[in-house]
Design a protein. Sequence first.
Length: 130
Amino acid sequence: MKSKKEIREYAPWEMESNEKKRPHKKGIPPSNQKASLHSKPKSKDHSHLEMYILAREKERLERYGSTLGRRVKSIASTWKEVKSRMYDLHKSSTKVDKEGIKELIKSEKAKKNAIKKKAEENMQKIDWNY
């Protein structure tokens, strides 16, 4: 199972679902009406709309977080596999130090130069100065 620190860091919404729910108080709600009357009552629709939008955003982030969590786990597992495979290949292959790498580079340059010389020998040259 996941540790609490890991859950808190990567999936905080799971901590919220584990919390105990408080039962709602059942009783007469307090009155918020003022004694003075206004010509136009203030609308409370905006706060309800904002709550709805935030709830939808929360649900979207929870879904995205769960898929992201699965992706992070798969990336971590493939990274570990690749790293272990690289270690095995490096361990089993012949070890080449810096001097060996320099020799390989020199030999490749020599091969390229030989190919260029051979190509130049096969070319016919024409003297255009009369």
